[in-house]
Design a protein around this ligand. Sequence first.
Ligand code: GDP
Ligand code: ZN
Length: 351
Amino acid sequence: MKLQDLGYNDIHEVYRQSNNLNDFTIGRVIAEHKERYIVRTENKELDAEITGNLRFSATSREDFPAVGDWVALTVYEPEFCIIHKVFPRFSTISRQDIVHSSEIQIIATNVDYAFLVQSVDRDFNINRLERYLTICYSAKVKPIIVLTKTDLISSETLAEIKSTINQRIKSIPVIAISNATHEGVNELTQLIEKGKTYCILGSSGVGKSSLANNLMGENIMQTNTISTSTNKGRHVTTHRELIILDNGGILIDNPGMREVGVTNVGEGLGMTFDSIYEYAIKCKYRDCTHTNEKNCAVIQAVEDGLIDKNSYANYLKINKEKEFFESSVAERRKKDKEFGKMLKNYNKNKT
Ligand code: GDP
Ligand code: ZN
């Protein structure tokens, strides 16, 4: 296998050369479990840990490797290596840490495209689609909308759903498929480019696993589980979270993908709700919240029917979540700082 088959490109190569990483082996993280990693290199799969240096210089979870990362490593044993450096990421999908809600946990990196999955039966919800779109844009990942379970509705209903999407979400590919009859699956696989990395986002039950299975085809049985042990007594049994598809696309499919939420999505909001932002620059106050201000151009545009009312309501809701996340981050930083000060004083008084 070549590194290019794993998604390696010229930008990575330039980075490698300009950072004197020529003496290291290059690989991509394909699974992660509690600071233990599985890395795929040109030749094989290796268990991996990070250098002490990398651990001690890390200031947040984001400094640790994640699935999808390109890393420079040294192979110490036939099946074990140490990660020295994480290459810069061109995209990052993250979510709020479950344990420390003001922290960010990275789910996957260096993803080119996300399939935003919604099923067209009871589950279909355009607000939720905008939410995923926001997350996607913030992550710097290109969206492709995938509607599943088309076998459960009539073609008229499907046409209505497509037109609903069109009114609020422009110029993003929309592919309708059925995981049951496989209708449309071909159209989707034809979109997949060799050497590009994909992930699947969407709520529970919409057909993400079924879609992943359909994309992987027969690959799944042979490729999905990894079980390795090394002579240092390490044992890792885990699922590969990064899989190369038959058509050369690379699919990242991991458990964390299932629960992505709104974190620091400022930029993504602007791209998803671009029509709102167009009017927002005309608001009287620069910090206008577009909720109750006089001379708010956004409220005016909603009243004039220039901005979709439901889209506006959805924007306010997602923005609120974003602000809540940001304020909890700010609070944590403040607490950390206070604790640091306290510790410093304590040490000073001791000596
Ligand atoms: P996930 O939670 O998003 O991974 O969803 P799953 O792939 O597990 O699918 C949830 C349920 O929907 C399962 O019972 C699937 O068999 C069913 N399902 C998934 N895709 C389709 C589809 O295109 N058509 C129909 N009729 N059922 C589907
Ligand atoms: Zn305003």
